[in-house]
Design a protein around this ligand. Structure first.
Ligand code: TMP
Length: 204
């Protein structure tokens, strides 16, 4: 039996990462074996690429190719083996992020993204994607209070993040079966309730 592949998405500051571990625990409580991972990253090589991607200025196509290179390694080493063992994989970001950030945010042609997606994971899509959505101002406030150095993406201007959000919402609109929008401008408890409702549907 194949496991299920669940991804989390959203603009920077949407608060999705704090829910990744919680969701994994809920699934484990239902007797499932769950791997938690992230992109870019998830492997030794992927984490090195992440460090570069988040901090080193580079050409847009280099950035996109490195995102997919990290993804190829991650799929081969972590995601596909786990799914083939029948485990569930909960991943903080996947290819929807490349469409939203490199496509929507930075303006890379869709055809190039489709070509890379086809190459790297023609036969694999997430079973479910949870898109954490909230107004840009709220996300920006959350980032502003973070007491750490902001990465290259977090440092982008508001209009970049607005385009990223728009691209995500467009994808959710086009693929409503797979991409479920979570209203992330809410309390922790309320967001957990929204997630719980969705888990019940997917676990049945
Ligand atoms: P994170 O902070 O949610 O872990 O994500 C790291 C950053 O990388 C985030 O700002 C979004 C960006 N990113 C892309 O631009 N393209 C991608 O394909 C992925 C996976 C992440």
């Amino acid at each position: 039996m194949k496991g299920k592949f669940i991804t989390f998405e959203g603009i920077d500051g949407a608060g999705k990462s704090s829910h990744v571990d919680w969701l994994a625990e809920q699934l484990r409580a239902r007797g499932l074996t769950v791997q938690v991972t992230r992109e870019p990253g998830g492997t030794a090589l992927g984490e090195k690429l992440r460090e570069l991607l988040l901090n080193q200025t580079m050409h847009l196509e280099t950035e996109t190719l490195l995102m997919f290179a990290a993804r190829r390694e991650h799929l081969a080493q972590v995601v596909e083996p786990a799914l083939n063992r029948g485990e569930w994989v909960v991943c903080d970001r996947f290819s929807d992020a490349t469409y939203a950030y490199q496509g929507g945010g930075r303006g890379l042609e869709r055809s190039k993204l489709q070509m890379l997606e086809h190459w790297v994971h023609e036969h694999l899509q997430p079973n479910l994607t949870l898109l954490f959505d909230l107004p840009l101002e709220v996300a920006r406030e959350r980032i502003a209070v973070a007491s750490r150095t902001l990465d290259r993406f977090e440092q982008e201007r508001a209009d970049f993040h607005e385009r990223v959000r728009h691209a995500y919402l467009e994808r959710a609109h086009a693929q409503p079966e797979r991409i479920r929008v979570i209203d992330a401008n809410n309390t922790l408890d309320n967001i957990r309730e929204q997630l719980e409702e969705i888990i019940v549907t997917i676990c049945l």
